[in-house]
Design a protein around this ligand. Structure first.
Ligand SMILES: Nc1ncnc2c1ncn2[C@@H]1O[C@H](COP(=O)(O)OP(=O)(O)OP(=O)(O)O)[C@@H](O)[C@H]1O
Ligand SMILES: [Mg+2]
Length: 250
């Protein structure tokens, strides 16, 4: 293989998420038809930290759900770590999602009947059944990293909102995903707690080199992401350095 072909292949392997001319139409062909995403093309590479911003209803959650294989697009191409999603069976999509993607939602969806540790282990238990010693040790390590080691054996309902969100982050990272998608993970937290939670994303992004796409309405937080993608009415109107985002968009 030529040197340039090797370099091109190496660059390709760094691309975690690739969208080409992706469209999403809800209720297609009915009077309720709603064309929400228009010709979305973008790439996210290993180690990137990207803010996804836009006014309410601009399509951020819809886009994140399609990227995260929780919903399917109406047309266009989506690749996760080089795997073409179109044409996959539901089972293949589920497998790709559980191998490659960690999700953090605004409302953390923890299960209060289980301990903090078991909540973090949940994605592994769903995939492999009983977790191994190494997997438990990694979950404990993550809980230590997010400052919750002392709560490990407790139920999640004794934790504060910020602590619960940190459990949800540890749960999203326990499978060591190449891509972390977070939909307003700090949306219902006070400023200081939001800062702490955001710092965790920054740290894991640097330390584990996972690609992170984070939806936020908080301009202070999006400014801390090197790259911002801005949606307006389901179209990308800006994709570039956060520092260069035209001020009329902020
Ligand atoms: N399941 C659905 N069926 C029909 N329309 C939907 C569905 N989900 C979302 N929409 C529509 O898609 C558009 C974009 O919604 P979306 O939730 O992606 O916006 P958002 O940018 O995440 O907004 P917010 O900042 O309020 O969370 C809205 O017009 C919404 O009504
Ligand atoms: Mg949303």
């Amino acid at each position: 293989m030529s040197k340039s072909a090797v370099l091109a292949q190496a660059a390709e392997q760094q691309v975690v998420l690739q969208l080409d001319m992706l469209n999403k139409i809800f209720n297609a062909g009915t009077p309720l038809q709603n064309h929400v995403l228009h010709d979305i093309s973008l790439q996210v590479s290993r180690g990137e930290l990207v803010a996804l911003v836009g006014t309410s209803g601009s399509g951020k959650s819809t886009l994140l759900n399609v990227m995260g294989l929780l919903d399917v697009s109406s047309s266009g191409e989506l690749r996760i770590q080089g795997h073409r999603v179109q044409g996959m069976t539901e089972q293949q999509r589920t497998q790709l999602r559980s191998e490659s993607i960690g999700f953090v939602f605004q409302f953390h969806h923890l299960i209060s009947a289980f301990s903090v540790l078991d909540n973090v282990l949940m994605p592994l238990m769903l995939r492999y059944g009983k977790p191994s010693k190494e997997q438990i040790a990694y979950a404990e390590y993550l809980l230590n990293e997010v400052g919750l080691a002392q709560f490990m054996r407790q139920s999640t309902n004794r934790l504060s909102g910020g602590q619960q969100q940190r459990v949800a982050i540890a749960r999203a990272l326990v499978t060591k995903p190449a891509l972390v998608l977070a939909d307003e993970p700090t949306g219902n937290l006070d400023t200081q707690t939001a800062d702490e939670v955001f710092r965790l994303f920054e740290r894991f992004n640097v330390e584990h080199q996972c690609a992170i796409v984070i939806v936020t309405h908080d301009p202070r937080l999006s400014a801390r992401c090197p790259r911002t993608i801005r949606l307006t009415d389901g179209r990308i109107v800006y994709d570039g350095p956060s520092a260069d985002l035209p001020s009329l968009f902020v």
